[in-house]
Design a protein around this ligand. Structure first.
Ligand SMILES: [Ca+2]
Length: 328
């Protein structure tokens, strides 16, 4: 359903008209920039100068999106909204993040396990349905939702659009300099050159995820600024990145939408993700560990998921971490 709306999203049903659109895009962009205070959608509030300034925040990024086939009027409308901001604080938090320093033991306390047990009870029907459809044990799905979002109670506060746009815009020297000088220079042990290399890699990843996100919200007819997520751009109870939403998201409650802020959709999406990565009941512990590493490339993470699932009295599968991998 999501991908089926791709052509509608692109703003054309005709290959030839799409190609003509691309040929004319560069010229249209120049005219558009020159007339920015005239053509931008009318909305109450800001003075023209303020609107131009807001538009300029992601001007290069908008140009890339349009050149890549995204509908010009849609892009312009989104990036002229008052919610648009280069989220320095959020992406500075991302670059200060260290997976190894996260305290995953917090998820193994009795209160955390009790929270997961309550979830198992409350959502038993949906978890059972996912178990039947995908062959992924309910304890594993619950453990992932516990660690990712405290079973849907901690889902991040940052606008996903601003997070991905800000990270994607780090291919621009000026924005990297701004971030380094204002937030990272005094607060990181990274060298500036290491930061630059990291930022450029992350920019390329984020641009791909931004495109996936725009496809997702368009297909779901969702306001792109209404979705909140982590400082890495992950969203929903399962904290999927947008490309995973497109590829693995499921409509668990059959309402016609894939909404990872709905428990039935989130549960089935996690189960589908694991199944598509090779999960099967009774699999070897080292296989289970490797598949969990696909979800999050952290041995601490995979180890914690398995420990939580075991604490939930996982029937049938005795998952234990692959000690050889965990000790690397
Ligand atoms: Ca749904």
């Amino acid at each position: 359903m999501l991908l089926a709306t791709k052509h509608k999203f692109m703003g054309t049903n005709s290959t030839s008209s799409f190609q003509r659109s691309r040929r004319n895009t560069a010229l249209r962009w120049l005219v558009m920039a020159a007339l920015s205070t005239v053509w931008l959608p009318a909305w109450a509030g800001p003075a023209p100068g303020e609107l131009s300034s807001r538009f300029a925040t992601f001007a290069t990024l908008q140009q890339r999106l349009i050149m890549d086939g995204f509908d010009m009027s849609m892009v312009q409308t989104i990036y002229s909204r008052p919610e648009v901001t280069f989220d320095q604080q959020g992406i500075a938090a991302y670059f200060s993040h260290r997976e190894a320093t996260l305290n995953y033991d917090n998820f193994l306390t009795q209160s955390s396990i009790d929270q997961a047990i309550e979830y198992l009870k409350e959502h038993g029907r949906a978890l059972g349905q996912a178990e039947k459809r995908y062959g992924v044990e309910r304890e594993v799905v619950t453990a992932i939702l516990l660690v990712e979002s405290r079973v849907g109670t901690f889902i991040g506060k940052r606008r996903v659009l601003n997070t991905l746009s800000s990270l994607a815009a780090l291919d621009e020297v000026a924005k990297r300099e701004m971030l380094w000088n204002t937030h990272l220079k005094k607060n990181t042990t990274e060298s500036k050159n290491d930061f630059i290399r990291w930022a450029i890699r992350k920019s390329a990843w984020s641009y791909r995820e931004l495109k996936a996100y725009l496809k997702y919200v368009t297909a779901q007819n969702t306001d792109p600024f209404s979705v909140r997520g982590s400082y890495a751009g992950a969203l929903g109870f399962a904290q999927f990145v947008p490309s995973s939403v497109l590829e693995f998201g499921q409509d668990g409650n059959n309402d016609g939408y894939i909404n990872l802020f709905h428990h039935m959709d989130a549960i089935e999406s996690v189960a589908n993700y694991l199944k598509k990565h090779g999960w099967r009941p009774g699999m070897r512990p080292d296989e289970a560990f490797r598949i969990l590493l696909c979800y999050n490339h952290s041995k601490y993470y995979a180890d914690t998921i398995i420990k939580v699932a075991e604490r939930l009295s996982l029937p049938g599968v005795k998952c234990k971490p692959n000690k050889a991998e965990a000790s690397q």
